[in-house]
Every structure is written in C-alpha cells, then in structure tokens.
Write a protein that binds this ligand. Structure first.
Ligand code: SF4
Length: 327
C-alpha cells in the first residue's frame, strides 16, 4: 500500500476575540495541534474522540475547507497549500466528503437525479445528457439505490433516512473519488440502518479501492470498519495503530477510558469502567505538561511538567506514558 494522504505537523488555531480593553494578549483555540499521520490506499482510518477534540476540524482541513495554520497536507504526493486553479480542482474532485446529516445536506426542491448530477456540472465533467445520466445511475446503484430509475425522479423527503444517506454517498461517488471523508456518517440514522451504511462503505472500498477517513465518537462501531484507529484528545493524536491492537491493547489512558464504557455483549469481555473526572480543559488555555493530566486516572506529578506528545512519534509517547503510569 502507498499513502494517499500524508499529514505532517498539522496545526489549526482559531483566533479568539480579546476579552476587553486591558486584555491585549492574542489567544487561540488549539483545534489541531501538531498532528501527523498517513492514510494508505484502500485503507479505512477511523479518527475517534469526544466532541470538541478537533476531529471535525481535521476533516474540514483535509477537504481544503479550512486553511492550516502550519504543517503540510499532501494528497497523492501534492502539497495542497501550493496548488492553484485547475490543480486544486483536480485534488478536490478526488477527495469527497460525506456529511453527518442527510436531512440537512440534500436540497428539498431538487430531484435525486439533479442532486447527484450537480457535482458533475460544477466540475464540468460530462459532455452530454446521456453521459451525465449514465454516471448518475452508476453512482446511485453503487450506493445501493437499485434500480436507480426508481429513485431518480423523487424528492429527498420521499425517501427514508438510510436512503437519503445513500443519495449523499452517491453525490460523492459520482466524481469517482479516491478518498472519502465521512464525518459521523451514521450518527443521525436509526440504529437498524447504521450497519447497512457501514457495510456500504466497506463495499465501496472493496469495489472501487477508495480510501476512507471516518470521523466518529463511537468506538463501538469502528472495530467493524476500520483498519487503523487514531484517537484524538484536545487537538492531538494520543494513539494510532491497527484497529485490533488499539481496541484490545490500548496504550493511552484516554483510549482505555473511552473503551471501558463501550457496551460489549459478552460479560466476560467487559472491562472495568473508567469514569474520567472533570471536563475536557478549555482548548484556549491548555494545561501545562501533558494536556490529559487533569483527567488522567494514572497521572504522576511530573505529568504536569512533561508533555510526552512533544516527542516526534506516538510510540515514544506511549512508552513515556506507560513508564509514567507504572510509576
Ligand atoms: Fe496520563 Fe501522564 Fe500519560 Fe499524560 S503522560 S496520559 S497524564 S500518565
């Protein structure tokens, strides 16, 4: 496998308004803070974490919808910050996003055929009506809406939630992307149809060789779809590794706490629940040392001064963290 995405030391800070006349210090929300990772071709990488950890900003930054403050995002070996005009359009076409809410993301007065054809128009990709129709049909059928002719002339409100999410996926597929960024793709759907949509994403990876970055807060489902899992806390990746390894032998205390509250059907496999104390710290005033220390159940006094994440690789952090937690 080769990398389709290479992210190096990515940071995204949002400036916040100064508090008053005497508050002259510029402050920032640290949404993404020195994050590095790769996504391989045909791989499903799940990015998990609580709300506010920066995972949705990461998705928008990968899509080019937010500009990085610093760091490099390479897609297919090209640094997207240096691309202009047509080059950026080509990259954008190959990276498509599936938004969380199929009720909000479809225009209620457009037919399904027009919604799915819209990106083809925007990118000027088809020569005639027939080619457009063929590509729309293929996208709808690959998204599981078969036969497509039964759906093309309907309006979004005539479809179920699961069917609407399939239309959203078809709208991404019609551009034949190499990478899908799925931001909580099943969180707004009934539990009964979540598995269907996750299976569909896996089929697409199989059929079209698409890579997927799946943003989610739900560690219960990622083991089913992801090849690797990256865990984010307060703008940083605290752990990344093969899905089975992260789920069965998590290294970071934060990952262990998240996993301890995931329901498991087999009572013998249940873990001791770890309830994290306190709230996630304010991303404007980050705690010194390890930013997880105010909530870490195994924090040591030196964790208030040492930030193991400043070491270049996650493995070094894991080693440092394990050393600290074993006292
Ligand atoms: Fe916990 Fe310390 Fe490891 Fe941070 S460095 S996760 S506070 S043990």
């Amino acid at each position: 496998m080769s990398s389709i995405v290479e992210v190096t030391h990515l940071r995204k800070l949002f400036p916040v308004k100064k508090g008053g006349l005497f508050d002259r210090q510029e402050k920032f929300v640290h949404a993404i803070d020195d994050v590095s990772f790769t996504v391989e071709r045909g791989e499903v990488l799940a990015v998990v974490g609580e709300s506010g950890c920066g995972k949705s900003t990461l998705a928008l930054t990968l899509m080019g919808l937010e500009r990085p403050t610093s760091g490099v995002i390479q897609i297919n070996g090209q640094n997207i910050a240096t691309l202009k005009g047509k080059e950026i359009q080509v990259v954008r076409r190959h990276v498509q996003m599936i938004f969380q809410d199929p009720y909000e993301s479809l225009n209620p007065i457009m037919t399904i055929a027009d919604i799915v054809a819209e990106p083809l128009k925007v990118h000027g990709l088809v020569k005639n009506k027939q080619e457009r129709q063929e590509r729309v049909i293929r996208a709808l059928e690959d998204a599981g809406l078969k036969p497509a002719l039964n759906f093309m002339h309907r309006l979004p409100q005539e479809l179920s939630g699961g069917q609407r999410q399939r239309v959203v996926i078809a709208g991404a597929l019609v551009l034949e992307p190499e990478l899908l960024i799925a931001d909580e793709p099943v969180s707004m759907l009934d539990v009964s149809i979540r598995a269907e949509i996750l299976n569909l994403l896996l089929e697409l990876r199989q059929m079209r060789g698409i890579s997927i970055v799946m943003i989610t807060h739900d560690l219960g489902t990622v083991g089913y779809v992801a090849d690797r899992i990256a865990v984010m806390y307060l703008g940083r990746l605290v752990e990344i590794g093969p899905a089975l390894q992260v789920l069965q032998q998590p290294h970071h205390p934060y990952t262990r706490a998240l996993l301890s509250v995931v329901p498991v059907p087999n009572p013998r496999q249940r873990r001791e629940r770890v309830i994290l104390q306190g709230e996630t710290p304010n991303p404007i005033n980050l705690p010194p040392g390890c930013r997880f220390h105010p909530r870490c159940p195994v924090a040591q006094p030196r964790c208030q001064e040492t930030d193991p994440m400043l070491q270049p690789v996650a493995a070094a952090h894991e080693a440092a963290c394990l050393l600290l937690s074993s006292g």
